[in-house]
Design a protein around this ligand. Structure first.
Ligand SMILES: CC(C)(COP(=O)(O)OP(=O)(O)OC[C@H]1O[C@@H](n2cnc3c(N)ncnc32)[C@H](O)[C@@H]1OP(=O)(O)O)[C@@H](O)C(=O)NCCC(=O)NCCS
Length: 118
């Protein structure tokens, strides 16, 4: 997926790093005024320190500067930390994809589709 994003003229990858250590990353796909957050993570040993909020604000700001008016994403219904982060950053749920994700045990989980106006 990262190789595909690097090759795409529509995608931007931001890396958050300190002293050459990767702390997190965000992958954004943007076409005209619509942007999609394709991937977003903070390294497990650096979570809960506000870095996710910091990186998300940066991505929102950059997408706006690149001409986006809306930012979309999807997240697992059980990912309460990410849901909370996105809600605080101005995202609201606009739809659900039932049983979209497959769990390691074979069960299915809904995807929550969210959107923020930039
Ligand atoms: C979701 C993720 C990016 C958040 O990054 P983070 O740096 O941990 O987030 P922050 O420290 O900025 O915290 C965001 C909010 O979640 C809360 N939070 C963070 N870690 C938490 C934890 N372990 N338990 C409870 N709350 C937590 C913070 O208190 C904060 O809430 P606040 O705004 O009310 O203070 C990170 O947990 C992650 O990479 N998870 C795995 C990958 C993933 O789920 N990516 C999103 C896919 S859509």
């Amino acid at each position: 997926m990262y190789a595909g994003s690097l090759a795409s003229e529509h995608d931007t990858i931001w890396l958050m790093q300190q002293d050459n250590v990767l702390l997190g990353a965000a992958v954004l796909m943007q076409v005209l005024d619509e942007a999609h957050l394709q991937n977003f993570f903070i390294h497990a040993s650096h979570q809960g320190q506000g870095l996710g909020g910091q990186l998300l604000r940066h991505v929102q700001q950059q997408a706006r500067q690149q001409g986006a008016s809306s930012l979309f994403l999807e997240v697992r219904a059980s990912n309460s930390i990410a849901l909370q982060l996105y809600q605080r950053a101005g995202f609201t749920q606009y739809s659900t994809r039932k049983a979209y994700y497959r769990q390691p045990d074979g069960s299915r989980e809904d995807a929550i589709l969210m959107k923020a106006d930039l």
